[in-house]
Design a binder for this molecule. Structure first.
Ligand code: GLN
Length: 490
């Protein structure tokens, strides 16, 4: 029974709760038990079992009275530890915030709570969401439930690695992630789950610890496209507290998953066929194309000529914004303070001890590209290239409705691999970063297994605020792929 409960989709659990097949408390207990048995994955930084059981009991009480708050009422979810949660430690995976208990709730988690969702705990992540492997967390690396391979533990991808591992490992029915350059989509690909980064502005950033404010977006990570649609509907919406949150209505995303793709125009960007691309990634990409064509879509080639500048552009803009955002951690207002003889020394000690190596690297890069004399050469230039990248997409979307690409250039690698070579690590984002720079919605759908038997995802990208088309194409690809593999033991 317990295994059966943790293997459900959100949609199936919702229907079963409505049909009285089991209670929200039973559903939550099954997940708390699974979390206890899988603590070796290190997917959670903080667990909140008591509050979860209270929330589940409240959902059951509502249901007993014939009330419900909608599809997420009584559904156990995990929350990336970058979302501020009132009264529950929010660490951002960093030593500098490891004792920070926010007095307020992020808009997105507040919406999920209001929808009746039950929070099981806060998931591990790369420090301040900087990374592609979940190895930069102060709380240690997360293990991918698909490992080990050849005796080595695998990364779940990053930065939302704890959320991806928890969803893939059947420790929760869905989780929140954030994506600045790929942090929802790449871990979704590595763990064999669905992850959508919505259009920039679709979900409020209020109360999410900031990394790069012009890129950060919240999104759901789930085991089906329909579940992603259900969660996204609850997370999205205009928020006056975030000036970049868009005042647009939230459509019926779940209904969009059933729309079909007959006549849909799908673009294949020529420039994404990068040098040295692994043969199995290329083959899966072509397979995805075939699935969509068989489903009635029309496939055509498109050109995104500025793609090759995207990584360099991202790794100027994101660190620049991060260096500015992280200036607030000064040992005075938030988190850790390491004393010193003078105020300056206190700042230096706090930031030197509080931030890990990757975060310090980004602050150094960011401060450099923003400094007088280099601002024009790097930051301003990067902003101009960013506009060209966005324009490429806008032109492509004059002829196609969605764009199909691989999500990541490889399957999950071993923990420790790539860590001493930041540039190789940054290459993980080659297919996800352009979409982020252009602010577009992108989804990763599990599409197949690598030769080593590890999951691989395909990415679909859409027009701004057209998550409905992205979700409908993703649902079609999901059913054609029929991906039903799970990590052993799940
Ligand atoms: N891997 C990318 C980085 O390290 C993206 C991270 C993210 O999307 N939060 O910046």
């Amino acid at each position: 029974m317990t295994d059966a409960l943790t293997s459900l989709t959100i949609a199936a659990a919702r229907d079963a709760l409505a049909g009285g097949k089991f209670s929200a408390v039973e559903l939550t207990e099954a997940h708390l038990q699974a979390m206890g048995g899988a603590s070796g994955l290190n997917a959670f930084i903080t667990t909140t079992p008591e509050a979860a059981l209270v929330g589940a009991a409240e959902a059951d009480a509502r249901r007993a009275k014939g009330e419900t708050r909608g599809p997420l009422d009584g559904i156990p979810l995990a929350i990336k530890d970058l979302f501020c949660t009132e009264g529950v430690r929010t660490s951002a995976g960093s030593h500098i915030l490891d004792n920070f208990v926010p007095p307020y709730e992020s808009t997105v988690t507040g919406k999920l709570r209001a929808a009746g969702a039950v929070m099981l705990g806060k998931t591990n992540l790369d420090e301040f969401a900087m990374g592609s492997s979940n190895t930069t967390s102060w709380f240690g690396p997360v293990k991918n439930p698909w490992g080990p391979q050849d005796g080595k533990d695998l990364v779940p991808g990053g930065s939302s690695g704890g959320s991806a591992a928890a969803v893939a490992g059947r420790l929760c029915l869905g989780a929140t992630g954030t994506d600045t350059g790929g942090s929802i989509r790449q871990p979704a690909s590595f763990c064999g789950i669905v992850g959508i980064k919505p259009t920039y502005g679709r979900c409020s950033r209020w109360g999410i610890v900031a990394f790069a404010s012009s890129l950060d977006q919240a999104g759901p990570m789930t085991r089906s496209v329909r579940d992603a649609a259900i969660m996204l509907a609850a997370m999205a919406g205009h928020d006056p507290k975030d000036s970049t949150s868009a005042p647009v209505a939230v459509p019926d995303f779940e209904a969009a998953t059933g729309r079909g793709i007959r006549g849909l125009k799908v673009g294949i960007p020529r420039e994404y066929r990068i040098d040295g691309m692994a043969a199995e990634i290329d083959a899966l990409w072509r397979q995805g194309e075939a699935w969509l064509r068989e489903g009635g879509a029309e496939i055509c080639e498109v050109s995104l000529p500025h793609t090759r500048y995207a990584l360099a552009t991202y790794y100027i803009i994101a660190p620049a914004e991060a260096s500015s955002n992280l200036a607030r951690y000064d040992g005075v207002r938030f988190g850790l303070r390491v004393p010193g003889e003078t105020l300056d020394e206190m700042y230096m000690n706090t930031r030197g001890e509080g931030f890990g190596a990757e975060v310090r690297r980004r602050i150094l890069i960011g401060t450099y590209v923003l400094s007088a004399g280099y601002y024009d050469a790097y930051y301003l230039k990067a902003q101009k290239v960013r506009s060209l990248i966005a324009r490429d997409f806008a032109e492509a979307f004059e002829t196609v409705d969605v764009i199909l690409t691989p999500t990541a250039p490889s399957d999950a690698f071993a923990i420790g691999e790539n860590t001493d070579d930041p540039v190789t690590m940054y290459l993980n984002d080659v297919f996800t970063v352009p979409t982020s720079l252009a602010g577009l919605p992108g989804i990763s759908v599990p599409a197949g297994l690598s030769a080593r038997g590890l999951p691989l995802g395909l990415q679909l990208v859409g027009r701004p605020f057209d998550e409905e088309t992205v979700l409908s194409a993703a649902a079609a690809m999901e059913s054609a792929a029929g991906f039903d593999a799970a990590p052993s033991g799940c």
